[in-house]
Design a protein around this ligand. Structure first.
Ligand SMILES: *[C@@H]1O[C@H](CO)[C@@H](O)[C@H](O)[C@H]1NC(C)=O
Ligand SMILES: *[C@@H]1O[C@H](CO)[C@@H](O)[C@H](O)[C@H]1NC(C)=O
Ligand SMILES: *[C@@H]1O[C@H](CO)[C@@H](O)[C@H](O)[C@H]1NC(C)=O
Ligand SMILES: *[C@@H]1O[C@H](CO)[C@@H](O)[C@H](O)[C@H]1NC(C)=O
Ligand SMILES: *[C@@H]1O[C@H](CO)[C@@H](O)[C@H](O)[C@H]1NC(C)=O
Length: 521
């Protein structure tokens, strides 16, 4: 769909020099071909029942058969790396004991160099690792997948669970020779009783000849400082692989919406693979660069989806990176630090002489629009309605004030509202959020603002800004049908973070600055 059209143009773009032919695909210099697979996993019909290892292997084998087909298909299209989703092989809803037969043994040690396909006899209970390793080796492709793993521990280890073993939600990365090059144990478990979190966060990365270092983390980790943000900062990473099993939550946390915002905020590429279970609200995978993406979000049909795309390697000495690193410096609020325009390398600073975001003028506001409260994603947002064809609005909560300058380009009867939240989110996880959000409401009454909406027809030109207290701002721009658009400008100016956009490609669902204030978690 949208992805296919963009991908097609991308492939057809003329390549004058420095081209390499990779498996029939013309690859441009400084680029690589990545693949992610959104997998509809074959689930155990009764995940809490105790089964033997053989039955567990049979079920996982059916998922691995699908993986193998996709690896072959991706390699045929020239992909150099493929990423599979969290829980894709074993499924979910297990208990600590019922998942045990599904666990492979993995030694979390840097010292052991092991190729499971070539040396299957080294460790017992490594059937899943062996199959994945052989897929990588046979197809000469880097492969990243997620599985459950076990590691026996001694009772002298103070963290050792009472049943004498750790059970981890683990990502594994194999190089194109089948060598196990990195293992990552999920740190921020999302109500997963079957698994233990590692005592200390893993900072895991692996090197590739085509794009340098890739970091990895899993699903819910993306919302936290440890290890995701710390990993990226410490190793100055520009590429991340991200297996996930993400339930979409509109208007601010749809999978593709947040994955894109993360890539844009950190100026990195993300290869994100989600599982596909529309009945559980799980879909949304993509290959993201800071300024362009190839996504899949489909709540209607069943089955998996392979995305293959050629993307540029982001290198550290590229001007964009030097500038955008400023974005997250401790020294937060400089004017005209960064702003991103539609194409990489085309950085535009907001003009200094431009009106300083600040107090909103009263002109045209004969009557100030009413404040109201509504629950959005379980948080008590303070809203003002966005009425009329154009205007300027302000709404504050705690220490955060949000401002909106807007002009409707396509007039419709839909209700929009500007909301602010500055507080600790406590439902389904505890984390501190500072958010300024322009959202389409579910209906025409105030109480519908904050509801999940998937379609919109209004096009609104806007500039949205807020005086956030955290440098970690994720710019969200979601349009009708869960499609993505990119801001014209964004960045810090006079202690405010701003985002602006004229003419979204379709109706506006959400434009937001989603700030994470990690210190206050
Ligand atoms: C898993 O659990 C969720 C809620 O906890 C439930 O909605 C879902 O149906 C379960 N899925 C399976 C495959 O058991
Ligand atoms: C694997 O298991 C078998 C049977 O339990 C045992 O004899 C063998 O020593 C084990 N091998 C390793 C490498 O642990
Ligand atoms: C939301 O916050 C406002 C202001 O603090 C408060 O008056 C209102 O009762 C809150 N609403 C809910 C549902 O908690
Ligand atoms: C944000 O702006 C409001 C209004 O000017 C002000 O009261 C508040 O203290 C500011 N917050 C911060 C963190 O500076
Ligand atoms: C965006 O639209 C506003 C009014 O809607 C206009 O003042 C501004 O010049 C436009 N900016 C760009 C970059 O087109």
């Amino acid at each position: 769909m949208a992805y296919t059209m963009v991908d097609l143009c991308w492939k057809l773009s003329v390549c004058f020099f420095c081209c390499q032919v990779v498996s029939g695909r013309v690859k441009r210099d400084g680029h690589y071909v990545a693949a992610v697979y959104e997998h509809e996993s074959i689930l155990s019909p009764n995940p809490t029942a105790l089964v033997d290892r053989q039955s567990a292997l049979e079920l996982m084998g059916r998922n691995l058969d699908i993986y193998e087909q996709q690896v072959v298909a991706a390699a045929r299209q020239g992909a150099q790396i493929i990423v599979f989703p969290e829980d894709g092989i074993h499924g979910f809803n297990f208990t600590r004991s019922s998942i045990y037969p599904y666990l492979d043994f993995v030694l979390h040690s840097h010292s052991v160099k092991w190729n499971p396909c070539r040396e299957p006899y080294l460790f017992n209970d490594t059937e899943v690792l062996q199959r994945l390793s052989c897929m990588a080796l046979k197809n000469k492709i880097f492969l990243v997948a997620n599985l459950g793993t076990k590691q026996p521990c001694e009772h002298t280890d103070p963290h050792c669970p009472s049943d004498g073993r750790y059970q981890f939600n683990t990502n594994v990365a194999f190089n194109d020779d089948g060598m196990l090059v990195a293992t990552y144990r999920k740190h921020n478990l999302y109500f997963e009783d079957a698994f233990d979190a590692p005592p200390e966060p893993d900072y895991k990365l692996f090197d590739t000849p085509f794009a340098g270092k890739f970091g990895m983390f899993t699903c819910f980790d993306i919302l936290f400082f440890e290890p995701a943000v710390n990993l990226i900062r410490q190793y100055n990473l520009k590429q991340v692989v991200y297996p996930t099993a993400w339930m979409n939550q509109l208007p601010l946390l749809a999978a593709v919406e947040f994955q894109q915002a993360f890539a844009t905020a950190f100026n990195i590429n993300i290869l994100a693979a989600n599982i596909h279970h529309p009945t559980l609200g799980m879909t949304g995978s993509g290959i993201y660069t800071p300024v362009k993406s190839f996504i899949y979000h489909n709540m209607e049909s069943y089955g998996g989806k392979l995305i293959v795309a050629e993307i540029p390697v982001i290198t550290t000495d590229y001007k964009t990176n030097l500038e955008s690193n400023e974005r997250f410096r401790e020294n937060l609020h400089h004017s005209c630090k960064t702003s991103t325009s539609a194409s990489m390398g085309n950085q535009v600073c907001f003009k200094e002489e431009q009106e300083t975001p600040g107090r909103v003028s009263e002109k045209g506001n004969e009557q100030l629009p009413p404040l109201f409260y509504a629950e959005m994603m379980y948080d008590n947002f303070t809203f003002v309605p966005v009425w009329g064809e154009e205007g300027e609005l302000q709404v504050c909560a705690n220490t955060l004030c949000c401002y909106l300058n807007y002009q409707r380009a396509v007039l419709t009867g839909e209700l929009y509202a500007l909301g602010v939240f500055d507080g600790l989110h406590t439902v389904h996880g505890t984390y501190y959020v500072q958010a300024c959000a322009l959202v389409k409401c579910g209906g025409l009454s105030f109480s519908t603002c904050g509801q999940e909406v998937t379609d919109a027809t209004a096009v609104i030109d806007f500039q949205l800004w807020g005086n956030m207290s955290t440098p970690y701002i994720f710019p969200l721009l979601l349009t009708s049908g869960i499609t993505l658009d990119f801001a014209d400008h964004m960045g810090w100016k006079n202690k405010h973070y701003f985002i602006s956009k004229n003419r979204t490609s379709s109706g506006l669902l959400t434009a937001a600055l989603y700030g994470r204030w990690y210190e206050k978690d």
